[in-house]
Design a protein around this ligand. Structure first.
Ligand code: PMP
Length: 430
């Protein structure tokens, strides 16, 4: 196909008129579609309905013979930590089970770091002139919101397809003000990238200016595959220990997109030293977590095979939605040069890189046509995408029918915005 840039001005005018007519026809359908947030669909939550009857009347005794109804058990049930070691890739005795939200654990660890420092800190991070985090871009908007909330300056780092650009990372971490870095190592939100072995090795081995630098290793999509391939990522705890930096990573995961997004379980893991530090802080916060929910998860998921089978059921529900988006983008945009997009093998998002300068316009066009999209810029620190090109599509929550319709509309918006931008450039140059 001839790209938009290679079209004659007459062809361009024709294409634009066709795209405008297709867009107007779509808009006239008066649809109301939402592709904004990576939430599980009701059918995915239904997969865990059996949990609501667990652990069941009279079932409240843990493997160690303790009463799960009472206070205590601060680190989490050992049988659950053994199960979660498959999820978070850490030994069970270095795992702590928290409440339902891993984001809350990230929040708390950052607040504790700011107020008290972490193992290896000379002083609390808030006493530094201006703590800085490296932020691979595109990234997760709520990570960036946490940094903004606490006055942590963010430095964007480009992604390469194998994880963050390590030459850039190594140059920035030499600065002692850089205290942390966000990492979503597998099926990253939103690029779907998987950190390569070499990326993990370099993150573990790099020299940091700050002795108390931390990788915030948010493995939110560790078992969330869209294909039969499970794409193991190199063990960050082991890699850091081997490189002589055992305390470098803070690990996070949750069952929000495994069991129930509003009633799952979140986990933290780290070196023995980091785990002791975490437990010393959380002991001031609570006299013990919800162990009935922990027991419920053990009874329901049972073991690594049970977890895997459950994730296969999720995949059967959501893989067709991702395929529907790919099909519409391919049909309308392939060869036009109007956009590039990811083909993730797991996770919850597709990232579209539209023509520079058009992402805001695509979101506006989509809104007018009844499709809610994540605001342009949301995947960059401070909400600023200097290229105005990145769009994050979240196909899991709407029904397959709605995703198919929304994808059609979005592809039309991207095409129309690109054609109009090209016409604008030519008119200015004429
Ligand atoms: N981390 C990432 C990368 C996410 O995409 C999400 C959810 N969209 C979360 C964390 C939130 O996790 P939780 O539900 O455990 O707070």
């Amino acid at each position: 196909m001839t790209t938009i840039a290679d079209r004659s001005t007459a062809e361009l005018a024709d294409l634009r008129a066709q795209a405008r007519a297709a867009y107007d026809a779509f808009k006239a359908r008066g649809l109301k579609l939402d592709m904004t947030r990576g939430k599980p669909a009701p059918e995915q939550l239904d997969l865990a309905t059996g949990m609501l009857a667990l652990p069941g009347n009279g079932d409240y005794t843990t493997a160690a013979g303790e009463d799960a109804r009472n206070y205590g058990g601060q680190q989490g049930l050992p049988e659950l930590r053994a199960l979660f070691s498959h999820l978070i890739d850490a030994p069970a005795d270095q795992i702590v089970v928290g409440g339902n939200s891993s984001l809350a654990l990230m929040h708390d660890t950052i607040v504790w770091a700011l107020l008290k420092g972490v193992p290896g800190s000379e002083r609390p991070w808030s006493k530094e002139e201006e703590p800085v985090f490296l932020c691979p871009v595109p990234g997760y908007d709520r990570h960036f919101a946490l940094c903004e909330e606490f006055g942590i300056r963010m430095i964007p780092v480009p992604m390469t397809g194998q994880g963050p650009d390590m030459d850039v990372v190594e140059a920035f971490v030499a600065n002692p003000a850089v205290k942390g870095m966000w990492c979503v190592p597998k099926y990253a939100n939103p690029s779907g990238e998987i950190f390569s072995d070499e990326t993990v090795r370099r993150l573990a081995a790099m020299k940091t200016g700050a002795p108390d630098f931390r990788l915030f290793w948010d493995n939110a999509y560790a078992v969330h595959h869209l294909t039969p391939d499970r794409h193991p990522v190199r063990d960050i705890l082991a890699a850091c220990a081997e490189a002589g930096h055992p305390d470098r990573p803070f690990l996070y995961a949750s069952t929000s997109k495994i069991t129930l997004a509003g009633a799952g379980l979140a986990v933290f893991a780290g070196s023995p030293e980091n785990t002791r530090w975490f437990l010393a802080r959380s002991a001031k916060q609570t006299i013990g977590p919800d162990k009935l929910n922990q027991l419920r998860h053990v009874r329901f998921l049972r073991d690594a095979a049970g977890l895997q089978a459950h994730m296969d059921a999720h995949r059967a529900l959501i893989a067709p939605k991702f395929a529907a988006v790919q099909e519409a983008l391919e049909r309308h945009l392939a060869g036009t040069g109007a956009a590039r997009w990811t083909r993730p093998e797991g996770g919850y998002f597709i990232t579209v890189e539209a023509r520079a300068g058009t992402a805001t316009e695509v979101v506006r066009l989509a809104k007018e046509a009844g499709i809610a999209l994540t605001p342009a810029g949301a995947t960059s620190p401070y909400g600023r995408d200097p290229q105005d090109s990145v769009l994050r599509l979240a196909p899991t929550f709407p029904s397959l029918g709605d995703v198919t319709k929304a994808a059609e509309g979005i592809a039309l918006c991207i095409l129309l915005a690109s054609l109009e931008a090209e016409q604008g450039v030519r008119a200015r140059n004429a």
